[in-house]
Design a binder for this molecule. Structure first.
Ligand SMILES: Cc1cc2nc3c(=O)[nH]c(=O)nc-3n(C[C@H](O)[C@H](O)[C@H](O)COP(=O)(O)OP(=O)(O)OC[C@H]3O[C@@H](n4cnc5c(N)ncnc54)[C@H](O)[C@@H]3O)c2cc1C
Length: 146
């Protein structure tokens, strides 16, 4: 079955349970975010591909992955965790305007995604903040990750 990609369940099975889907092509249920999404990033393809292979071999492991990607554009190195859909509200906590800092993507007062711009080794903190799924005031996020 298709929607925004090939629809898979939490074990990455398509509507035919003997056929699995992973990576760019799969519309997968991310329980870490409570939503079905299609993620077009390298780390996602690597992790979901591995999980699909494990489940084909009988592991029966549900998808428990938080979307993540990294990229470099000239001097800007960034990493993004969770859902950074451009339609979400954003709150920017810059240390240096438009260069170094953190952008929070919010929905209904909860953090859905975090982009780390020229800020390294903070992915785990970002992931944990999203997983808390607490209602927060954007201003209270200033300095939350440094
Ligand atoms: C220009 C560019 C820049 C990117 N930069 C980043 C980045 O900075 N960071 C990041 O995280 N991600 C980046 N990505 C995305 C990342 O490359 C993809 O998310 C990742 O490669 C997806 O892997 P995949 O295995 O799902 O799909 P693919 O890598 O597309 O592999 C699918 C394979 O299936 C083959 N195929 C297609 N149809 C058939 C068929 N009918 N039969 C047999 N084989 C078939 C294709 O030839 C291909 O080899 C970038 C992508 C592009 C195009």
């Amino acid at each position: 079955m298709t929607g925004n990609g090939i629809i898979v369940n939490e074990y990455l099975q398509t509507s035919n349970p003997d056929i699995y889907g992973a990576g760019d092509i799969a519309f997968s249920p991310y329980r870490t975010l409570g939503q079905q999404m299609r993620v077009e990033h390298w780390d996602n393809a690597l992790n979901l591909g591995k999980l699909a292979g494990m489940n084909m071999a009988g592991a029966n492991e549900p998808l428990n992955y938080m979307p993540y990607f990294f990229s470099d554009l000239f001097e800007l190195g960034y990493e993004a965790v969770g859902d950074i859909n451009g339609e979400l509200e954003t709150f920017a906590d810059w240390q240096k305007e438009n260069d170094t800092g953190i952008i929070y993507y919010m929905k209904d007062g909860r953090i859905r995604g975090i982009m780390l711009c020229n800020v390294s080794e903070k992915v785990e903190e970002a992931r944990n903040l999203i997983l808390k799924n607490e209602k927060v005031k954007p201003e209270s996020l200033r300095g939350a990750i440094r």
